[in-house]
Design a protein around this ligand. Structure first.
Ligand code: FAD
Length: 403
């Protein structure tokens, strides 16, 4: 498969996503329901995922990789499909329009393959990236520390040169997929005396090295068992594991920031699609005083808001994509799209719970989990305030004091 030349080919791809969800995802969800619903049933007492939960997730990852969805954003040279940004976003939105179940494992951000690893030597690409495209290995991204989140460059972790190796020391916080990843990218200070933007470098690391330690799994409202506090206890990394140039870690981390924000927007637009459809179905079916609740003005308003927010998110997504591909202010357009979509997904999930009444609060209907996911989104990939900051700066106010 490759880039889709026509709208018809793209529609066929969406149809094959629908078929995949019905044929591959839903049966696995049924088979593993005991560890998927409620989501905390999938966790061990220490917060890690049970083997059976991981088995369900990995089954979908591998099947998605066999079909080509998993690595669709990666170059063909490493086994991907080289799908362009606009079509990727369209497909991500489509995958999420099936809700927040195992279908979201069909394409993944941090744990899946990333083009950032194309900065490595060919033999490392063969060893780590190609298996990631096949979903045989997963990854993690280690930047945040307990005392530096939004201000990530204020990190304490260091990498010191020793012959033809680097020695990495420090602790990282919130690292998604760290307990299960086979490899990762770690950001560390290599040049403390350089200006802030040139102090940090990025390195590939192998999680099987005993000097890499997962200290604890951080339990959050999503019960996903995915995020960990980790330590690099003088982890020795060969020089050739340096990703890109020394001192250019910041540029590497920011390389895909616009695309990352648009992907988040696409996920939100897809989930709002899902919420709108479920609400319409439910409101047409559920009756009170002898009439469907969808005939009640207050309920109609709840649903209409979801539909309007979804449409606006989709429009902002298209605008952001156009800016990335042709424009001059992509950074602001992508921040606007991400900020609007993550805020409105939260409100949309809240509205949907209201439409479903008591049923919306239960684990069975899959609605309340979207509310919890939406809440996390407003922090995890750059907070709402950081997006606001970008918008204000680009609007002409310049940088905020001290930033
Ligand atoms: C579920 C989850 C998964 C994550 N996964 C990863 C991962 O895989 N890898 C990784 O490296 N990191 C990861 N993170 C970390 C994430 O990037 C940070 O949580 C995020 O950048 C915010 O940092 P913080 O939590 O330290 O909050 P802080 O930076 O301490 O901010 C606290 C509050 O102050 C506000 N604030 C801070 N500075 C300013 C300012 N200058 N102006 C206005 N408001 C400000 C923030 O917006 C926020 O509301 C993850 C986080 C979560 C919750």
């Amino acid at each position: 498969m490759g880039q889709f030349d026509t709208e018809q080919e793209l529609q066929l791809m969406k149809k094959s996503i629908d078929d995949f969800v019905e044929r591959e995802v839903r049966p696995v969800e049924e088979e593993y329901e005991d560890v998927l619903i409620p989501d905390y049933a999938g966790l061990q007492p220490d917060g890690r995922l049970k083997d059976r939960t991981l088995e369900a997730i990995n089954t979908i990852r591998r099947k998605s990789a066999e079909t080509g969805f998993y690595g669709m954003h990666m170059p063909e040279s490493v086994g991907g499909m080289d799908v362009g940004l606009q079509q990727q976003l369209d497909l991500i939105q489509h995958i999420y329009s099936h809700g927040f179940g195992l279908n979201v494992r069909m394409v993944e951000a941090g744990a899946g393959p990333s083009t950032v690893y194309m900065n490595l030597d060919d033999d490392l690409v063969d060893e780590f990236l190609r298996p990631a495209v096949r979903a045989e290995k997963t990854a993690c991204f280690a930047m945040t520390e307990s005392s530096s989140g939004s201000d990530a460059l204020d990190m304490r972790t260091t990498a010191t040169k020793d012959g033809d190796e680097w020695v990495v020391s420090g602790e990282k916080m919130w690292i998604t997929n760290a307990p299960y990843a086979d490899f990762g990218q770690v950001y560390a200070v290599t040049d403390p005396d350089a200006k802030k933007s040139r102090r940090i470098s990025a390195f590939l690391f192998d999680t099987s090295d005993p000097a890499f330690e997962v200290k604890r799994v951080i339990r959050i409202l999503l019960n996903d068992g995915d995020h960990a506090e980790v330590a690099f206890n003088d982890l020795r990394i060969p020089d050739r594991y340096l990703m890109g140039e020394r001192g250019r870690g910041l540029s590497l981390a920011l390389e895909n920031i616009n695309e990352t924000r648009l992907k988040q927007t696409a996920r939100c637009a897809g989930l709002m699609d899902y919420l709108a459809d479920r609400c319409v179905e439910y409101a047409n079916d559920r009756t009170s005083w002898g009439a469907p609740i969808g005939q009640r003005q207050h309920v109609r308003r709840l649903v209409a808001d979801i539909v309007a927010w979804q449409a606006t998110a989709e429009t902002l997504l298209q605008r952001g994509t156009w800016e990335v591909e042709h424009g001059t202010n992509a950074i602001q357009a992508c921040a606007i799209a991400n900020r609007f979509a993550t805020q409105k997904l939260f409100e949309a999930a809240d509205n949907a719970i209201q439409v479903f009444g008591g049923n919306g609060l239960t684990h069975e209907y899959g609605i309340e989990r979207i509310l919890r996911r939406a809440r996390v989104m407003r922090v995890s990939e750059g907070t709402i305030e950081m997006q606001t900051e970008t918008i204000a700066k680009e609007a002409g106010l310049g940088r905020a004091v001290g930033m």
